[in-house]
Design a protein around this ligand. Sequence first.
Ligand SMILES: Cc1ncc(COP(=O)(O)O)c(C=O)c1O
Ligand SMILES: [Zn+2]
Length: 442
Amino acid sequence: MYRSWFECFAGCGEKYSIKEVVYSCRNCGALLQVTHDTAELKKTGADEWKELFNRRKHGNEWPYGGGVWSKKEWVCPEVTPENVVSMYEGESNLFWADRLGKSLGLSNLWIKLCGNSHTGSFKDLGMTVLVSVVKQMISEGKNIRAVACASTGDTSAALAAYCAAAGIMPIVFLPKNKVSIEQLIQPIANGALVVSLKTDFDGCMRLVREITKNDEIYLANSMNSLRIEGQKTVAIEIAQQFDWRAPDVVIIPGGNLGNVSALGKGFLMMEELGLINKRPKIIVAQAKNANPLYRAYKAGFKKFKPIKAKTTIASAIQIGDPVSYEKAVAILRQFDGAVEEATESELVEASVAADKTGMYSCPHTGVALAALFKLVRRGVVGKNSTVVVISTAHGLKFSDFKYKYHLRRLSFKSKNPNMPVEAEPKLDVIRKIIDRRLAKSA
Ligand SMILES: Cc1ncc(COP(=O)(O)O)c(C=O)c1O
Ligand SMILES: [Zn+2]
């Protein structure tokens, strides 16, 4: 019935089975992408797909109840239900950011809260697919002894949890002192082999590519396009949450650039199968300290130059040599794309402003929000547009910068801190404090 396979992204024609251990084209070295038998998928009409996906939502029939596997035919038809490793990831809230939107003059601002997930980031969407395929391969006799990744902290958390659930050994390579304490403890807690390396993410990535040349250790980074297949469901969910319409603009933080590639792939697939009839504008937001895509964009994407990424509070996107650059540029070209950057102060202030309207945003979401603020000011994002900001991780994984901000301990000025007030435990003292605050906010 439904089928998918790896195909050379550069178009040289190479094809491999989904269950083959292969990450790039053996003929030309380009990245691979998963291709689906669309002729077969087209035999089901758009309305039938919509009805099926709507019906499966939060249902109890394994494994179709979650956000990724409710679209199994579009994602990974090859895995049999007993080999699916799922925590019912996805189906995250599309938060109507009413107050934040109004403060910018936008009446239709939405935040896709991908961090509200099993391990606290969007990485769960792709990892469920990759680990399920590994479990399928092992069940069919393939000798895979471990799954490994390099990570800025969220990929490793997701890999460790899904592998632990499946009984497969996870190995994670982390740049020492460059991930949050919460991100570090996640794979430790899940029993992964955690290798802490005195290098940056790009250094970890180079090493994991070497280690996984041995077929017994499977590579779980997003250059493995199985991850992209899961992550593309975020686009399908967003459309579904708008009753099968695409928004006007989507803003997404970018590091290794797998996620924006996945986002675009999801919209393209829906368009091809008739579920939506327009594409959103896609905007990638990068930290100014780690902005290779922004620089390439400014130079008209003529040439790509990796950079040495500098330290950024948005630590999960501190990446200077993005693996999925080519895929991301292809998506930006098809989606009226743009790239914006945010300084450290801008990303923190944007995150703080969002929190004051009821969110608890991670710094990467801060980068995307800071980009939005700038683009609204410049008129690139119109006030009447329906805008979705992709929030990629849960803020609770990154509390340290918020703590330092509000206690004025960052290296730059906090413009709007909310210091705790120490007080004598006496009613009249407390009454005065409350009155003062009420007078200030009146
Ligand atoms: C929280 C968070 N936001 C954004 C990203 C960027 O995603 P990508 O590397 O696919 O561009 C990552 C991972 O790298 C992440 O962990
Ligand atoms: Zn090729």
